[in-house]
Design a protein around this ligand. Sequence first.
Ligand code: PAF
Length: 281
Amino acid sequence: MQTITSVSEMQALSERLRMQGQRIGLVPTMGALHEGHLSLVKIASDIADVIVVSIFVNPTQFGPSEDFTKYPRPLEADLAACEAAGVDYVFAPEPGEIYPKGYSTFVVEEYIAKPLEGASRPSHFRGVTTVVAKLFNIVRPHFSVFGQKDAQQVAVIHKMVADLNFAVEIIIAPTLREADGLAMSSRNRYLTNTQRVEALVISRALRKATEMVAGGERRVDRLIAEATHLIGQHRRVRVIYVSIVDRLTMEAVKGEITPGKSLMAIAAWVDEVRLIDNEIL
Ligand code: PAF
């Protein structure tokens, strides 16, 4: 495995690989890798000749009061995990390599990015689409794998790829959960043992909604009320949103859900830790 930190070196490498007819798969990450990330690598390894994992804590997707500086950066452990997972190249640039002095161009998706995460983190998706567009231009992958855990991110990137004609196939990987249901996330590292137990109510609320739908419930108000009620019983968990949206457009579903097409998305604070999760209903 080779680690590359320079944009020009990465571009030259992908040019060479493409000339040789190699199929390049990109797994973009911000590091602090866990089993969820490695499941994306596994999916990529089934269809790629060459796997590139990018590790870059992207400053432009963090709001001014968010956790950019304290975001975990265990680079050595991440590189070891990538090597063990059979990754060929890690692209791990410094911030100045991606955003040199005077940088002033951004990519903005203006519709799907608006609700949910977009409403509570207004500049978040502008940062995500910008860095992912740059990664696509630098790594030039044939396909890229993203986790369904960040359902809105996946929808926004799909739209960006379609609207800007990127020749990159987007592959969506299912959310990986801990044995107790907690969705895997780099931010779970922030949770103390007690906070972690409290956080379980998020996946429990989603599971309850899927059970209600399996039992025939279709009404959005009832599904949201039940999930909100469950979370409300936990003093240290504060709901940011519990929404049912179209899984592709992120538009709020009114009245009744369409099974398979609607998605319940939850964001909540567990004390000072912000967590998101979702399930297709
Ligand atoms: O999902 C993430 O980890 C990030 O949003 C991504 C896609 C790597 C862009 O920084």
